[in-house]
Design a binder for this molecule. Structure first.
Ligand code: NAP
Length: 325
């Protein structure tokens, strides 16, 4: 094992940007490695001061598409406690959605005026709250199809190669995401700027609403939703309700394609265990409140019925509470 070969081709320190990455989980470690591989100074923000000292390495098992020659790499990063006081100019927030606001509240005093804050969480309903919490920061939304999981502390496997879309949260950043893509996309993870990220967030949310709660509650793979007749019936009915809500909320294009989109994703990821299923099985709180919960809130505010989604939201929450009790 040796340090990432790309580290030897890093830009001069004058061209480096310090990136703080919040959350040392699967995505936080993966992105920290990608940013470090491009010569950025990376500071990984932890809840507590690091027990092992600040000078550390992440063990990365890269994906073949990363173009990294080694099977396992040690990527040097700097660990920092959230409660330190050095200012933050670039932040990539990689907690799960329910942890995002509490984590940001802790570090809000450190966020510099005009700082770029990139939110990588799945789901919707937290971006506006972050913009209110950090009114002088520029908030960006990132939507990633990369797949990664933790093999241990500061040890990550890049299991699926994808792409990350980056867009400014409307009203929060006057300039678009192009400037940031130059920094975030310089590593081995591809990043693409989009003019309007909101339709992409809705499209991902709609597919997640169709797949995640059903797989979590039935303990089935994504593909079983299509292949087991009783589950297929539930899946089709849920897609129809999601489509009706989307149409009522003014997203007719998405309403027309959600069933086909969710079917395509379930087929393409047939063997996968959805993240919500993994969370429930591990007794962790899931992101349901920012997926199905957000859809239900929007539907209720618009007077649109969504009984199937409400029932799934309640059932997942009950399952979470039962596991945590
Ligand atoms: P994860 O492995 O659970 O990592 C989240 C990390 O955030 C954990 O290390 C957690 O620490 C840390 N954290 C929580 N609160 C914190 C705080 N106050 N201060 C510092 N650190 C804190 O989750 P993930 O898989 O990386 O997912 C992160 C987000 O990316 C989710 O919204 C997910 O849906 C999305 N996403 C993930 C993938 C993927 O393949 N993993 C792909 C696309 C999108 P503890 O472990 O101590 O709680």
């Amino acid at each position: 094992m040796r340090d990432n070969a790309r580290m030897q081709e890093t830009p001069t320190s004058a061209t480096r940007t310090a990136w703080h990455v919040l959350g040392a989980g699967a995505m936080g470690c993966l992105w920290a490695c990608s940013l470090a591989s491009a010569g950025n100074a990376v500071r990984l923000l932890l809840r507590e001061p690091p027990a092992c000292g600040s000078d550390a390495s992440i063990t990365l098992i890269p994906h073949p598409a990363d173009g990294l020659r080694e099977e396992t790499l040690l990527v040097p990063v700097w660990l920092e406690a959230a409660r330190d006081n050095a200012p933050i100019a670039r932040l990539l927030a990689c907690t799960k959605a329910p942890d995002l606001l509490p984590a940001l509240e802790h570090i809000a005093p450190r966020i510099a005026d005009g700082a770029a804050v990139v939110l990588l969480q799945n789901g919707m309903g937290f971006h506006a709250a972050v913009a209110s919490l950090l009114p002088r920061a520029r908030i960006f939304c990132a939507l990633s199809t990369e797949g990664a999981y933790r093999e241990g502390s500061l040890h990550v496997r890049h299991a699926g190669s994808g792409e990350t879309l980056l867009g400014a949260f409307p009203g929060s950043a006057e300039i678009g995401a192009t400037e940031l893509v130059g920094e975030l996309g310089r590593g081995f993870l591809p990043v693409r700027a989009v003019e309007d990220i909101i339709p992409a967030l809705w499209a991902k949310l709609a597919v997640n609403c169709a797949i995640n709660p059903l797989t979590a509650l039935h303990g089935c793979s994504n593909g079983e939703l299509l292949d087991r007749p009783t589950l297929r019936g539930e899946f089709d009915a849920l897609c129809a309700e999601i489509a009706a809500v989307l149409a009522g909320l003014g997203h007719p294009g998405l309403a027309a394609t959600v069933a086909a989109d969710a079917t395509r994703v379930a087929r393409a990821t047939a063997a996968n265990r959805s993240s919500m299923r993994q969370d429930l099985e591990a007794g962790r709180r899931s992101e349901i409140g920012f997926i199905t919960g957000f859809l239900c809130q929007q539907a209720q505010a618009a007077g649109l019925p969504c009984p199937l989604n409400e029932a799934l939201l309640t059932a997942v929450r009950q399952r979470e509470q039962a596991k945590q009790a």
